[in-house]
Design a protein. Sequence first.
Length: 533
Amino acid sequence: MIWSSNISSSGDSKYSARLLDTGNFVVFKDQYSEKNILWQGFDHPTDNFLATMKIGWNKRTRENKFITSWKSHDNPETGPYSFRFNVTGSIAQLYIFNGLTPVLRAGPWNGITFSGLPGYTVSPVNDVSSLFYIDNDEEVAMYYSVNVPAFYTRFVINNEGFAQRLNWNTGLQKWDVFWTGPNGQCDRYANCRAFSICDPNKVADQGCECLPGYKDKSDSPTNTFQGCVAKSEALLCRNGEGFIEVPGVKVPDAANSKAQFNLELGINDCKDFCLNNCSCTAYTSANMSSGKGCLTWYGDLIDVRHFSERGQILYLRVDSSELGNLDFSQGSGNSEMSFMEGHPDVLAMNERGTEVICFSLSTMVAATDNFSFSNKLGEGGFGTVYKGQLQCGQDIAVKRLSVTSNQGLEEFRNEIILIAKLQHRNLVRLLGYCFQKEKMLIYEYLPNRGLDCFIFAKKSMLNWRTRFNIALGIARGMIYLHQDSRLRIIHRDLKASNVLLDASMNPKISDFGMARIVGSDQNEDTTRRVVGT
């Protein structure tokens, strides 16, 4: 006997087995139906995670169902690598393990996807497959479905510890690799050690840099990066402390930081909850979709990484001196005067009488309900965008620069100066700016948001006429920038997410932080750094 399903039978019942189109092998009694299934292969996964198969943690039996690698490429014995949930208290996280050692952490579920897998969402990019997450009294589990009958996909963990999503190529009769993890040094668990963040676009120090409020443990630049420590010896509880937004990240490991999960708290209450505990080092929203739930950390922040798109906002606790560094004036009188006045382009802009207003921080706080999570529209390389409303009733979109953004003062000035000079129906209209303690850009509000939302998630709403008009509007805007405006502008970051749609689905090109002015007779230029799309 090599293998048996280990099922005892009695009576006059008829027993049969069937291999389903899903790949599930089932043993059933009498006629085939779900209630008559006695045993199924999907309850005993090996190295492949297939559509409709469920992996997860049973809260009652404490059984953990997961996939494991082969011992070698030609030996199907159970190998050392596994793709599984690890549950700490009430917080479940998804990992790749080598034995008991983490290799990759996909993180906790954030209401949309797993924090470390921002590309895998409940609302699929191409409607080919959908991801589902379950957390109830019985279990914590996940599974996915395939929405296109002729599409075949599988998720596998190989004997070298790499997880791959493979799609079947009918024409070439082979499996194409759609996704692989770990992919790069920032996918490796805790690559940058405590209180640091891994940026895949950063070459030096294995892509590692310290989080705001922290410094490199090593004083010598020649030493290997060893992680970070707080700049001040101790954070004094309730002594002018606050939080800095670190956007677009995979949140820290909950298993190694005594993290807590509170389902009842919203994001504002979560802030107070963390601030009132001297040991709390960071917090975030547990559910980005609903804005409910509070996740807090109480020790070293480990395995944080940056994503160029999507990701979560981590609210990092810092002391009063670090918060003071956010002030553009840096203690030198009126920040508005010291920051912008005297800049020749801004003076020229004001002399021409353009309707670009310098708003106060208090006006922006009131307009956005203190930048509440419910008003959040999205986020990008510059920072987070919020919907707001001025006292006059006008709706606005407020782009708030993150302190960890790669875009800084130069891009901020660039956008103000360029957009103020450009007037075209297919370019977004800048209403004003704010640089009191923070840098913010204030635009007209476009209710249909970005073109990328329609292309990837709502493509059924785009009929041929609408698609044609959007393409034509983008082309008109680009012709204006390249030929018809008084300034010849090269955008350098044109992509679907930077094309916004108004209520009538008219496109407007946005985000001129990376744009470059060139001469009317100029056909070549050299950039000082790699930017844009």
